[in-house]
Write a protein that binds this ligand. Sequence first.
Ligand SMILES: Cc1cc2nc3c(=O)[nH]c(=O)nc-3n(C[C@H](O)[C@H](O)[C@H](O)COP(=O)(O)OP(=O)(O)OC[C@H]3O[C@@H](n4cnc5c(N)ncnc54)[C@H](O)[C@@H]3O)c2cc1C
Length: 511
Amino acid sequence: MSTTLPVPLLVYAQHQSVLDLEPARDVRATLPVANSTKSFWFTDPDVTPLPTEGSEGPLTDDADICIIGSGITGASAAYHLARSLSDGKIANALGRPVKAVILEAREFCSGATGRNGGHLVSHTFFDFLKCQTEHGKEEALRSYNIEEYVVKEVTKLLEENSKGDDVDLVAGGRLILFFSKEELLEAKSDFLAAKEIGLDLSGIQWFTKEETQAKYGASYPSVLTPGFSLWPLKLVGVLFSLANKIGSGSSSSSPTFSATLHTRTPVTSILPIPQSSDINAVFPRRHNLNTPRGNISCSYIVHATNGYASHLLPHLTGSNGIIPTRGQIIATRAKVGLDILTRTGGTGNEGLEYWFPRPVKQPDEKYPLVILGGGREVKPQFQFYEIDDSIIDKEVGKALRAFLPAVFPGRFEPGNEPEIEWTGIMGFTRSGDPFVGPVVDHNNSSNNTAYEGQYVSAGYTGHGMPRAYACAEVVSQMIVADIKKEKWEPPEWFPRVYLMTNANRKEYAKV
Ligand SMILES: Cc1cc2nc3c(=O)[nH]c(=O)nc-3n(C[C@H](O)[C@H](O)[C@H](O)COP(=O)(O)OP(=O)(O)OC[C@H]3O[C@@H](n4cnc5c(N)ncnc54)[C@H](O)[C@@H]3O)c2cc1C
């Protein structure tokens, strides 16, 4: 197998051991930087909502629910709140629609979601044995089922609303290339174990090195799994618009929910409101959110801030919390057409590199742009605790530029400069599982009263597109159940280990 790749191979164990280390310096997240790089996804000015919606004029000063962050988590939370409240019961009790406000530090969806690799792909069977050993059979199944659920629901939602073309949804699949024998053997063992336990593995095809070369032009054994690519910023715009459409009711019913967006409005701190006289109201106000544009009081908070979560939740600082991690991406032009390149995306090197060809849409466009991310493994610290997405790393950029010409000889011009290059901040956790649900501080329970009414869904470890949508759905269900004073029951597909309240998380284990 090739040894001429521009990235070191078999680094996952090292990646994990660096992730496990407690950092020596203060690593509490800052607010998102103001002068971030510009991703490909922001090159189309024709987007809804506008990137700066609600950034001027008076700030809403009171809401029932504040959602902090306007990526896929924040927008999905708004969408699912709208759906759960659409029966109108709470709006009737209040005599008005339930009011949510989305507060975004920069432009709409300018965090990881607006800067990512555009893959909407489930894990299918990868890492199955590790997952089963750590969490048992039932939980392992859930952690794959949630991703299948998200891919199915998101594509269905786009289809039902005729938005597939608007977000460039392509069912091109994902080709996983095995650069080493060890990776291939591990994947085969995971596949067999997952099959035995009953995961749906239909649509998966294995290829030898020769078959991969003939079909895709890369000389490595591979496996093809189902999967989609899309324009993530536009998907988030669809969710936000649908939230307000659902909330506005129909000709025969009154509005039940509204979501107001305030961009360029960073939340700098959250202070508790002392128990007020409206204790018996449907929504007693509990929190005061401070922003440079003024304050806003509310009853419930959703922290949808992913890599930035520890700025407002300081106990999530460090290796047992959410670790900001910088990812880098280039958009580079292929030198062959989609007829040769195919519409299939791919990953390699234990998932550290990921790419897909964009549809060819412009009249003067002959060959597709390929979006390629990765390269963190050329840095000894894997870009952990890097929170500045105005910075482009030269060494990572060098590896990215050399990657596709090395893997697909003849299909990319060596030395070709990318058309765009950008970075974005992911939120890693040591376990790889996001923190979802009511915010708790396991080390200092005296803080927990102040966290009542605060929920989080963050820390997707670079794999958020097939998880965030459903995790935000769960948080929305929890809030609506709390409002209605009902007991929340987890959906069958939801991994219980994702819950922040679950004391069995790796992050809470005593060392
Ligand atoms: C380079 C890169 C490539 C990736 N590729 C993929 C991929 O191909 N497939 C995949 O599944 N996942 C990928 N991911 C991961 C995926 O993008 C994330 O897991 C997912 O987008 C997280 O969504 P989110 O809404 O939780 O967070 P974000 O999209 O980061 O949204 C959080 C928002 O909160 C805002 N915010 C933060 N703090 C505050 C505050 N105090 N006040 C107000 N607003 C605040 C931020 O500005 C940001 O807009 C990638 C990520 C990166 C960075």
